[in-house]
Design a protein around this ligand. Structure first.
Ligand code: SAM
Ligand code: SF4
Length: 339
């Protein structure tokens, strides 16, 4: 659908935007804090928000419940690093009990999954996406500034053993850091039933210049993989709302996808809203518009009033980023949104 095809506001309680997109997927950032400092995501001396500014456990549950009543049925927990949030297992357990929520996933760096995968799965987590940019321990330490690759690999194993499947691995391709590693990562799919997704680097705030100079387009990543490992064949029947269409190498057990938010935005199929750790509803990853939900909640506004504000705000979910015009999201870094 084009930007001009604006539909009239729906009178139903489903969350439908001005372009007729039905929004059913909420990504919730549990914290802006992280136990790593990936070079493309945040500076080494990052300052985190004071605890009192973040949603409490009860506030997260209350907002998810209100949104589930408006048709949100899929939740992704993210961060910063969601596993460093105290009570993360209990938060999952409570979200899993909310009527209407049918799918709970998490994006994590996996450092703490060796301990947490099993309790999270028992609490109701369905799957995890694990960030893994390289299989080289030295490069991993360099990209994350101090991370231990062995802990991540142990986390991947623990997630698999706990049944958090299919395992999806996210690799942000960064020129000069890991663009030479994409073939090794893609090769993993030959023996493992994992989905490896190569993500284009996106610019945010103070880290934007770096991201713009180091971005590698998906077309280049794909060419590099095919030159080394042979043609990728599209796997039919995938979910059209998944930003990464899946491909397979000949004889591979797993699949490969490309998330091309910069070069090929997937706005037509976008069904997402984001809730930042400080309780703002963010309508688009790459546009700055946000609506404060936490302040009215703390001020005692009624559920129906907050729900109406969510419907009104979400109606104006934008279409398309404006990166080619130099319009880069400034209000937050990726770690403060959650991806
Ligand atoms: N800490 C968790 C992790 O790394 O998986 C969850 C939060 S992290 C912000 C979510 C995803 O965003 C990760 O896959 C990460 O690699 C990716 N990411 C971070 N900064 C990015 C950027 N500037 N452009 C594209 N992806 C980015
Ligand atoms: Fe932390 Fe994830 Fe950002 Fe890396 S990408 S610094 S693990 S929030």
């Amino acid at each position: 659908m084009s930007e001009s095809a604006v539909v009239t506001r729906s009178s139903s309680s489903a969350i439908i935007d001005q372009f007729g997109r039905r929004l059913t997927y909420l990504r919730v950032s549990l914290t802006d804090v992280c136990n790593l400092r990936c070079v493309y995501c945040m500076p080494e001396d990052m300052t985190f928000r004071p605890r009192r500014e973040l949603m409490s456990d009860a506030e997260i549950i209350a907002i998810v419940r209100m949104m589930a009543a408006l048709g949100i049925d899929k939740i992704r927990l993210t961060g910063g690093e969601p596993t460093v949030r105290p009570n993360v297992v209990e938060i999952v357990r409570q979200i899993a009990r909310i009527e209407g929520i049918r799918d709970i996933t998490m994006t994590t760096n996996a450092l703490l999954l060796a301990q947490l995968a099993e309790p999270l799965a028992r609490a109701g987590l369905d799957r995890v996406n694990i960030s893994l940019d390289t299989l080289d321990p030295g490069k991993f330490k360099f990209i994350t500034r101090w991370g231990d690759l062995n802990k991540v690999l142990a986390g991947v194993e623990a997630a698999e053993a706990a049944g958090l499947q299919p395992i999806k691995l996210n690799a942000v391709v960064t020129r000069g850091f890991n663009d030479g590693e994409v073939v090794d990562l893609a090769r993993l799919t030959l023996d493992r039933a994992w989905q490896i997704r190569f993500i284009e680097l996106m610019p945010f705030g103070s880290e934007a210049d770096f991201a713009q100079s180091a971005v590698v387009r998906s077309s280049e990543t794909r060419r590099r993989i095919e030159a080394a490992l042979g043609p990728l064949t599209e796997i039919p029947g995938s979910d059209p709302r998944d930003p990464a269409r899946p491909y397979r190498l000949a004889g591979a057990r797993g699949s490969i996808g490309f998330i091309s938010s910069v070069s090929e935005p997937f706005c037509g199929s976008c069904n997402r809203l984001r809730l930042t750790a400080d309780g703002k509803l963010r309508l688009c990853l790459l546009r700055d518009g946000e609506y404060d939900i936490l302040t009215p909640l703390r001020a005692g506004a009624s559920i129906s009033r907050i729900q109406q504000e969510i419907l009104d705000a979400a109606y104006f979910k934008p279409w398309g980023h404006r990166l080619p015009d130099g319009d880069v999201p400034q209000s937050r870094l990726m770690s403060q949104i959650g991806g």
